[in-house]
Design a protein around this ligand. Sequence first.
Ligand SMILES: NC(=O)c1ccc[n+]([C@@H]2O[C@H](COP(=O)([O-])OP(=O)(O)OC[C@H]3O[C@@H](n4cnc5c(N)ncnc54)[C@H](OP(=O)(O)O)[C@@H]3O)[C@@H](O)[C@H]2O)c1
Length: 208
Amino acid sequence: MKVAIIGTGNMASGLANTLAGAKHEVTLGSRDPGKASALAEKIGLGVRGGGITAAAKLAGVVILAIPFGAAADALKEAGDLAGKVLVDISNPISADYKSLLIGHTTSAAEKIQALAPKAKVVKAFNTIFAQLLPAEARQGKSLQVFVASNDEAAKAEVSALAQSIGFDALDAGPLSNSRFIEPIGEMNIHFGYFLGKGTVVAPAWVAV
Ligand SMILES: NC(=O)c1ccc[n+]([C@@H]2O[C@H](COP(=O)([O-])OP(=O)(O)OC[C@H]3O[C@@H](n4cnc5c(N)ncnc54)[C@H](OP(=O)(O)O)[C@@H]3O)[C@@H](O)[C@H]2O)c1
């Protein structure tokens, strides 16, 4: 798949590495194009880097790997996303990581859909710590990625993307279910940072 990743931080770098390793065509986009080019060069594996507009233009799937609060600016820079799959991986949390800033009647994913009404927004990966993106860090364990969207084809595409890098994609229903998935991400952060488990844990839905 042709994937644009907006951002050059922990998630952007981990996703770019893993996705490119699985033979996806990855372009990093940053508000500082030089930073994206430098990261792309460091990763290798055919990853390219540049500005946000150029990266988004080349791709069918655009992953926003930036803080939720930066989404409006980045989407403005991304330009026309009509018909593209837009993946929201964010946890809309406070600066101290301890609480969610959005919830109950909406979610970060729904806000992003409102900002990019012609894109097909998919919520995914918000419950996976960056440290667990490299396959070797998962030590053979199959971790679940909860995937929510109002567009079934987009959901299938992002599920295939997650599966191609060794995750178990779980259909989590419509985009409005992000109201429930984002609190799970926040609970995971509490386990990872405040309850002593470290950033090597991930939630899973278990059937008996
Ligand atoms: N880290 C995790 O384990 C984890 C797990 C699940 C989900 N998430 C979510 O993934 C997203 C990224 O997290 P991260 O840990 O990778 O963050 P990070 O390492 O702090 O990187 C954030 C990136 O966002 C960019 N950015 C910030 N403001 C921007 C703006 N106004 N316009 C364009 N780009 C902007 C930064 O660019 P500059 O370098 O130019 O400042 C940087 O590349 C967040 O929404 C987070 O909630 C993170």
